[in-house]
Design a protein around this ligand. Structure first.
Ligand code: MG
Length: 395
């Protein structure tokens, strides 16, 4: 007889709950596609009512048809309305879908600072925000958090999901330290000399996570970890001195919180984004997914940790600096990085040029308070300045 309580085996004893209605923004990207996989595995739990994407009309149309959604949004281009669905186009399409949809949860998996508008629209409607778009918090964390009700934002980023899980039953003010783990990316252990010559294909080949190209490059430079430090600060109120990045190549522990009494709590799971996505959509329920890998501790799993090499991977220090300076510095950090990474992906600049561009833009920035108007204005300033700096070093 099984000693484990398995909800699936006794599901007949429970009234089947109504499925949770979800909107997925950025549905054709990596996180969006994995969210749809979660829904496919748990059709009785979730129903997708709205989908939005930037430009991949073909995939979006297929998804809309498969999930029989009510609303579909596309920013660039046109879309033949799928049967029974309404199509919304243009720059505000994601935000409009959020406003119109009858949904409990909105997953924001839009890429970059472009996701800020949908974040704010979701908070305004009172819907729960499952936030994969960390740039919303990097660029405008103070403003976003001021607009959010208690518990209205649920993290999707695996590290923040881990903190959130570890914090269940306690509160951030009982935490004395947070360890934000990083796999170290594909270039862990490389020298600056070696990094000068790495290619785009090497940079996007992440050893642990299968992700989109932009965030893969951010992971290779460790900028992603810097963004996550800022994200943790705003989501949970930890100070920057309380947040420490630690390299953990196995990628099994996603974050640890050290309590005031020195006890350390961690969330440990096989790196699979479907877990944090599913948790953010269905919290506090935990569902069994048949093909989810589990860690076999008895087979000799080892966990190792060491300090990040911030002299080689300078983006992490740039991010900490910008974070501590506050005001519009984090928004500028993010915008300059978006431009630099886009140029790197187009093979116009080298890998180490990313940090050079970001640093030069930060150095020439005149900061202001991080209200929405300033954030939007300085985001644009940083993009223009980054394009200028990038133009000078393009090869
Ligand atoms: Mg992460």
């Amino acid at each position: 007889m099984s000693t484990t309580f398995d909800r699936e085996d006794v599901s007949g004893l429970f009234d089947d709950p109504e499925p949770i209605r979800v909107v997925i923004l950025g549905s054709t990207g990596s996180v969006g596609a994995q969210a749809l996989e979660v829904v496919r595995s748990h059709r009785q739990r979730f129903r997708v009512v709205g989908l939005a994407a930037r430009s991949d009309a073909e995939s979006l149309a297929q998804q809309a048809k498969e999930f029989e959604v009510d609303l579909v949004g596309i920013v660039e281009g046109e879309l033949e309305p799928p049967p029974g669905a309404k199509v919304i186009t243009g720059e505000r399409s994601a935000a409009e879908i959020v406003e119109e949809a009858t949904a409990e949860v909105v997953l924001n998996a839009v890429l970059g600072a472009a996701g800020l508008e949908a974040t704010l629209a979701t908070l305004k409607t009172g819907k729960t925000l499952a936030l994969a778009n960390k740039e919303s918090l990097v660029a405008a964390g103070e403003y976003v958090m001021a607009k959010a009700g208690p518990g209205q934002i649920r993290p999707v980023d695996s590290e923040h999901s881990a903190m959130w899980q570890a914090l269940e039953g306690t509160s951030p003010d009982r935490v004395s330290k947070v360890y934000l783990t990083a796999s170290g990316g594909p270039f862990r252990g490389r020298s600056r000399n070696e990094l000068e010559r790495v290619t785009v294909e090497e940079a996007v080949a992440h050893p642990v996570w299968n992700m989109g190209r932009k965030i893969s490059v951010d992971s290779a430079t460790l900028m992603n970890k810097g963004f996550e430090v800022i994200e943790a600060h705003f989501l949970f109120g930890f100070t920057y001195d309380e947040i420490e990045v630690v390299i953990h190549p196995e990628g099994l522990i996603h974050a640890m919180i050290e309590m005031a009494d020195t006890s350390v709590l961690a969330a440990v799971y096989y790196p699979d984004m479907r877990l944090p996505i599913q948790l953010a959509l269905g919290w506090p329920e935990r569902f069994r997914t048949a093909d989810m890998n589990r860690i076999s501790f008895s087979e000799g799993t080892s966990l190792s940790f060491h300090e990040p090499d911030v002299d080689t991977f300078r983006c992490l220090s740039l991010a900490y600096d910008a974070a501590r300076r506050g005001d519009t510095y984090p928004a500028v950090l993010n915008a300059a990085n978006e431009v630099a990474v886009a140029h790197f992906l187009e093979e116009k600049i080298g890998f180490l040029d990313i940090e050079r561009v970001v640093e030069e833009v930060l150095d020439s920035h005149s900061p202001g308070a991080a209200d929405l108007e300033n954030v939007i204005e300085q985001d644009q300033w940083a993009r223009d300045r980054a394009a200028e700096v990038t133009g000078k070093i393009e090869r």
